[in-house]
Each structure stands twice: as C-alpha cells, then as structure tokens.
Design a protein around this ligand. Structure first.
Ligand SMILES: C[S@@+](CC[C@H](N)C(=O)[O-])C[C@H]1O[C@@H](n2cnc3c(N)ncnc32)[C@H](O)[C@@H]1O
Length: 369
C-alpha cells in the first residue's frame, strides 16, 4: 500500500477501473482508478499485499494522456475523493465505448458469445451531469452532506453532487409517495411510487427501457405476459395496454409496498392485470400451470439466477425481455438460458448512469430455431 509504479493501462474491467500490469512485480495485475486504457500512468497502490492475486491503485500522475481525457467537472472526483463516479475524467463518448467493451467482454467470458455492443445515450441529462432524480447523501461526523470514498466508510464533504439534479430528492422512509409520469409512443401513464421505493433514477430511463422492451418482444393482442420483479408496474402497465382486453399481465413483486402501488397503478386495466406480492421463485412455483407467451425480467443487481431462469425457460414463452443493471449477472443468466434452448437474439445497452461505470442492458431471448 502506498507504493508507486509506472504502468501502461491496457483494458477496462467490470467496475470501471483500467487494467494494467506491474512489471517490477512479475506482471501482477493492478486495477487502476482514474486512468484510461491506452494511457501511461504512475499508480499508487491503495489495496493489496504480497499474497494478493491483484492489487488496486489510483492513477496519481498521467505520463501519456489519452486523447479522451478531460478535466473532471467535479472537484472531488479524483484520487482519494468521492467514490461515486468512475469516469469524470473521460469524454462521454469514450465512457460509453468503455461500457460497451465491458458488456461485450462479460458476454464473451461468461456466455461464450461474440456480440457487438453500442451503449446509447438517453435524453434527460446535461452532458452526463444533473441526471439523478434521487440522491442519498452520507453525513460527515460534523453533520455536513457528503459521499463515501471508494471502498471506504469515510465521508468526503460534497454539498453539490454534479450528477444529481438540483431538485433531486433525498429518499425519506415514510414520506408521502411520489407520482411519476411516463409517455411511450401514444400512451401516457402515471405511477405512484414510495418516496424510498425503486424507480429508475435517470429521467430518461423509464421511457427508454419501456420502448426497448416493447420493441424487442413486440407484444400481440391476446398474449399472456409475466412481468417479474415488477416494482410499481412500469412494464406491466405498457404491456397490459399492448396485449389489449383479450390478453393478461401478471406482475410479481417482492416488496409489499411496491406491490400495493403496482395494484393501484394497474387498477384501470381491470381484469387483464393481476399483481402478486411475493418472491418470484415462489410465485412461479405456485402458478406453474398458467400459460405464458412473454416474460419480462427486471431483477436486482444479482440477476435472476439459475432457479428462476430455469422456471422461466420451463414455461416455454415465445420471448423473454431481460432488463439488467449488471452485465456480469446478465451474461451468467444468458448462459443458463442457452442450456435450456434460449438464444440471445438482440441486445441494447443504455447510458442511464453517465460518469459512473454502470450500464443498463435490455436483452431479448428467444427459443433457438
Ligand atoms: C430493478 S427493480 C425493477 C422494478 C421495475 N421493473 C421498474 O422498472 O421500475 C427490481 C425489483 O425487484 C424486486 N425484487 C427483488 N428481489 C425479488 C424477488 N426475489 N422476488 C420478487 N421481487 C423481487 C425489488 O423489490 C424491486 O422492486
């Protein structure tokens, strides 16, 4: 820790650090924050000892800069500063290219697939800043607003977080629910969501994701749809409209408050929409006899995992739209779908979290052949 080395950053890792090797250490891998692949930098080791397979480090001096290096807009984005953003020092187009490399690499490594990936911008931010509609500040021991350092509980004072909108809300448990409005094509819908409940934080995200899901799985009149990990019913609402009065949508959500909001948000779809509050695995078990044409899966970061993927594949839907915030979990689940005869037929990726390493994907899985 604290030692300095000169290295060449050669690639990008899942998590936003550049990959380099330390020649003096027999080529030991070091994950470097604040560097860009292609750069030559001096790193200072922040984590790791003699027995560790890899180290972590910060780039503290740039010896040969990438043409994509920019001055970080945020004063606390550099080494030792706030751990929230990974890519403030990188031009936006290159940020997206780096995220695309990560998604492609996860699919290659974990699912054995060669997939061309483009990360698309979505409207609603200001050059990658001012997009978070919700923000949770930590507090310094003196009670000042702040953000945590990378991989630390220490709090760096941050009064104005530049990726947050100036009117961003700090989620307060028990506060009055919020009302969100989403327009996709000719359909506008409103959603009640708890002040501290799940809702996409980028203002362009709900529209972009709903449109991508509809475009991928093309719901038809009369189809039977499962919206798994449904939150307050965002996808269920638009899918319900698309399948018409002859179709059905079953929304499954584990959080009872979100499930209650989903029931309210879908109430005017009447008999065609049903909300079940419970764990996806249990509900799929209980409802295993229901026929299913389409499935939307939007699990938390850890992904749907093998048991749920196998339950979904066993129902033989004609298409599965998988919305994923972790490309590694997505790639692992795509590989499990492949074992059960489902192939990845399209993939889109969206820059819903500019300046950070995070990226959202919408994958379409269809029965092979
Ligand atoms: C990424 S959010 C998606 C919400 C919704 N699709 C949306 O776009 O607003 C994941 C949701 O899954 C729910 N969840 C997590 N684990 C679950 C489980 N095992 N069974 C059912 N729901 C679960 C969470 O409460 C959360 O609402």
């Amino acid at each position: 820790m604290g030692e300095r080395f000169e290295v060449e950053a050669t690639g990008i890792a899942h998590g936003g650090a550049a990959v380099a090797r330390v020649a003096e250490e027999g080529g030991r891998v070091v994950f470097v924050r604040h560097a860009i692949p292609g750069e030559r930098v001096v790193v200072e080791v922040t984590e790791g000892g003699d027995d560790d397979r890899f180290w972590r480090a910060d780039a503290v001096e740039v010896l040969r800069a990438s043409p994509d290096r920019v001055a970080a807009p945020c004063p606390v984005a550099g080494p030792g500063g706030c751990g929230g953003c990974d890519f403030q020092h990188v031009a936006l187009d290159r940020q997206r290219a780096l995220k695309a490399e990560v998604v492609a690499e996860q699919l290659r490594r974990l699912a054995g697939l060669e997939v061309p990936v483009t990360v698309e911008p979505v409207p609603g931010d200001e050059g990658g800043l001012r997009w978070r509609t919700r923000v949770r500040f930590a507090r310094t021991p003196d009670g000042e607003r702040g953000m945590r350092r990378h991989r630390s509980h220490d709090v760096v004072p941050v009064d104005d977080c530049l990726i947050a909108r100036t009117d961003a809300r700090e989620p307060v448990p028990g506060a009055a629910p919020l009302r969100e409005t989403v327009t996709v094509g000719a359909t506008t819908a409103s959603f009640t969501v708890a002040a501290d409940g799940f809702w996409q934080v980028h203002p362009g995200a709900p529209e972009a994701l709903v449109a991508a899901v509809l475009e991928a799985c093309r719901p038809r009149s009369g189809e039977r749809v499962l919206d798994l990990y449904a939150g307050v019913g965002l996808f269920a609402r638009f899918l319900g409209e698309a399948v018409g009065a002859a179709g059905t949508v079953l929304a499954v959500e584990g959080d009872p408050t979100a499930a209650q909001h989903a029931a309210d948000n879908l109430a005017d779809l009447a008999a065609r929409a049903e909300v079940v509050s419970g764990a996806v695995h249990d509900v799929l078990d209980e409802r295993s006899a229901d026929p299913v044409d389409l499935v939307v899966l939007d699990p938390p970061r850890e992904g749907a995992r093998r048991p749920v993927v196998e339950q979904v594949a066993a129902r033989r839907p004609r298409a599965v739209a998988y919305v994923a915030c972790d490309p590694a979990a997505l790639a692992r689940d795509v590989a499990i779908f492949a074992e059960h005869g489902y192939a990845l037929s399209s993939l889109r990726a969206f820059d819903l979290f500019p300046m950070t390493h995070h990226v959202e994907c919408v994958a379409l899985l269809e029965p092979r052949g």
